[in-house]
Design a binder for this molecule. Sequence first.
Ligand code: SF4
Length: 236
Amino acid sequence: MSASGLNEINLSTGVDHAEWVPVASVINAAKAVAENGIFCVITIEQDSDKSEVVSQVKADEGLKPFIEAGLVKLQVNSWMPFHADSAMRKTFSNREDMLLQGCDQVLENCVITPNKEISGCCGLTFEHIPEMKLGRFSKHALEVGYFSQVQDFLKIWIKVDGPYRILKTLSASVGISSLEHIVHPCQACALLHQDERLREAIKSEYGNHMGRVLRAFYSQSLIQCDSHREVTANAS
Ligand code: SF4
């Protein structure tokens, strides 16, 4: 795998994932990846009060040498409740700081699902946000779908300000009084896309944010182009 240029594999686990794939299998997979000299990130869902997957993975003696060697990295992420009866997870003390970030997925990553559909971002909310469905995969469709997104100002706004900041800006005007239940940026994003009141508020308000957001977006893009040029120049 590494001879083909693969240099990183990301695995996910946690309470919900473990219903389908045992935590021990994920740990074994991470060890196998690291043994082959490939960097591996294990993303673990934040635990509920009753689960202990984070400490189980951290305590695994077989993983420790790979973590110390920098070949395996563990990260704990907030977990979006997909259903009304989902178990509540512990809250991060820096919840609002985490939520107020711009989205670094949209307009950067496209995901091809196992059904060969193209998602406009990480794929987490693929079934919840129709605007993230970019069509059936083909090389041409990928190119067309990706570039069509720059016509969608909301995606640019989400990239720059993040969905939670937009939600904060608009929620009071549409009668949403509390955002305490939001724990994940993609949860805020799904709400922005699904709630008719918010969709209407976006349509009437976006013009007031367009100048600032587009200036920030083009500045970010220029900085990115410059750093790509530097990387390419150093590589040649
Ligand atoms: S915040 Fe929105 S655009 Fe960004 S990854 Fe989540 S669902 Fe996709």
